[in-house]
Design a protein around this ligand. Structure first.
Ligand code: G6Q
Length: 521
């Protein structure tokens, strides 16, 4: 069954939220904290090794109640069930949306067109595991019989951003294989990558769901040509594998049948890193870690599917985001992980959220009259504090922040980690509390700058009352990263359901592909 088509602005809760917004839009979070000693506990959630503190938002219990009513009125529960059981909720493409089935650890059947997809998922995972083990332990050899030392992932968009982000994020867990990513059609980039590679010991993983994408095919052909400078067509089977739904085209490229990893049309590109598209991840960190990564996502899936909305992490995060986007009129959200490993998280989330919810026609085919997808951006803390955070602290826009921190560092450098986490907490506090005229006055006096007070005071005042969520996770592990990504996937889903748009098509991306080919001609 398709998703229901409910205009959120026509619901009672939307009207309630509109009225409520007028009452609390200027309320200071400081006042809310003063009036409720338990505010931090009331507005906190737990999930496994995650603690989510959303108390520093411009919300009250009433706000949350109205937002939860909105989720109910737009029939979110019904939508979640349809999502998990494989209904064709990607109506414009006539497809189910089943990335959750790729990490379905209890193996319960999920049917698409009357066929259980789980056996195929398991079979592909088995193939990924066997292949990973063979490459990692050196049994799988390149065309001259040497062990593989380097892996190059050739793909773009969903066939690149996810694997690239996860490999970088889990660098701590990496084995001896060096990994490289070629995505852009920029010939200089592919040349730079090839410059340092040895044909005999490099494995090329071509990832393309459609196997028609200009960038990926051009890069793959260039690399094949380079490979054939010393090898023969028959050697391709030793150094090239592919991940695709388009088996004929892959074979046409010269890839041996046994070296093809299948995927399915019910997995969207930006949600595909859990499928064989994640082969480079499995190669880089080993299959047991890849399996733990899937398990973490699966745990988040269970939480999302079975937890009441008021305690449901992706649901609450999505509702808060809607509150700012649709009532405060904020335009963007910034995501700041306090670990260098997650530097690529923001570009990944940009695709996940903006390609999914960057839509202006609703599920009835009508132009929406309200805001949909947010602009997502970010980078790693503390680097951003020396860069764009100025605008978040003192600019004219309200920009809700997700701070992501980890209780433990991976190498155990306590001194660094304490400083890193002090910054994590300090930024949220500074955004929330700001710095009042009196505080600046006192501070300047204390520092002996009394003569400059008249001149500098207004510039040093911080309004505060700027919202953020603090997502504190025990440790950056494969399992927790899996859960974190799944959390954002489901947040994106909830927003799309409530905004009454189709989150799983991408006609904007496809237009770009078509036009580039026309211009080339
Ligand atoms: C993802 C998008 C897009 C896609 C790329 C690559 O959801 O549709 O980013 O992943 O355009 O497509 P192929 O995997 O088909 O080459």
């Amino acid at each position: 069954m398709p998703l229901k088509k409910i205009n959120p602005t026509k619901t009672n809760s939307w009207k309630e939220l509109d009225n409520h917004f007028k009452q609390i839009k200027d309320v200071e979070m400081k006042t809310l904290f003063k009036g409720d000693k338990n505010r931090k506990e009331t507005f906190s959630l737990n999930f496994d090794e995650f603690d989510i503190d959303f108390s520093k938002n411009r919300i009250t219990e009433k706000t949350l109640k109205h937002l939860l009513d909105l989720a109910n009125e737009t029939e979110l529960k019904d939508a979640i069930e349809k999502y998990f059981i494989g209904d064709k909720i990607n109506e414009t493409e006539g497809r189910a949306v089943l990335h959750t089935a790729l990490r379905n650890q209890d193996g319960k059947s999920v049917f698409v067109d009357g066929k259980d997809v789980i056996p195929e998922v398991k079979e592909t995972l088995k193939k990924i595991e066997l292949f990973t083990n063979q490459v990692v332990n050196g049994e799988f050899k390149g065309y001259t019989g040497k062990k593989i030392t380097d892996v190059v992932n050739i793909g773009i968009g969903g066939s690149d951003l996810g694997p690239r982000m996860v490999v970088e994020s889990l660098h701590f867990y990496k084995n001896h294989l060096n990994t490289h990513f070629v995505s852009n059609i920029d010939g200089d980039h592919v040349t730079e990558i090839l410059k340092n590679l040895d044909r005999e010991t490099t494995l090329f993983v071509i990832v393309s769901k459609t196997f028609t994408t200009q960038e990926t095919l051009t890069n793959a052909e260039t690399i094949k040509k380079w490979f054939l400078e010393t090898a023969t067509e028959n050697d391709i089977q030793y150094n090239f594998v592919a991940v695709s739904t388009n088996l004929e085209k892959v074979k046409g490229f010269g890839i041996a049948e046994n070296n093809i990893f299948t995927m399915w049309d019910w997995v969207g590109g930006r949600y595909s890193l859990w499928s064989a598209v994640g082969l480079t991840i499995s190669l880089a960190i080993g299959y047991p870690n890849f399996d733990a990564f899937l398990k973490g996502a699966n745990q988040m899936d269970d939480h999302f599917r079975n937890t009441p909305f008021e305690k449901n992490v992706p649901v609450v995060l999505a509702l808060i985001s809607i509150w700012y986007n649709n009532f405060f009129g904020t335009e963007s959200e910034v995501v700041i992980p306090y670990t260098q490993y997650l530097e690529k998280l923001a570009p990944f989330l940009q695709q996940l959220s903006m390609e999914s919810n960057g839509k202006s026609v609703d599920r009835n085919g009508e132009k929406v009259t309200y805001q949909t997808g947010n602009i997502i951006w970010g980078n790693s803390g503390t680097n951003v504090q020396h860069a764009f955070m100025q605008l978040v602290h003192q600019g004219t826009k309200i920009i809700p922040v997700d701070f992501i921190g980890f209780e433990e560092s991976l190498y155990g450098n306590t001194d660094h980690h304490q400083k890193l986490m002090a910054n994590f907490y300090a930024q949220a506090e500074a955004l929330y509390a700001g710095k009042t005229v009196e505080e600046v006055h006192l501070d300047m006096k204390f520092k002996g700058d009394t003569d400059k007070i008249n001149q500098l005071l207004p510039f040093k005042v911080f309004e505060g009352n700027r919202p953020s969520n603090a997502i504190l996770i025990k440790k950056l592990s494969p399992k927790n990263l899996g859960a974190l990504i799944a959390m954002y996937e489901h947040k994106t889903f909830v927003q799309g359901v409530i905004w009454n748009i189709y989150s799983f098509d991408q006609f904007g991306v496809e237009l770009g592909k078509e036009l580039a080919n026309k211009f080339l001609e």
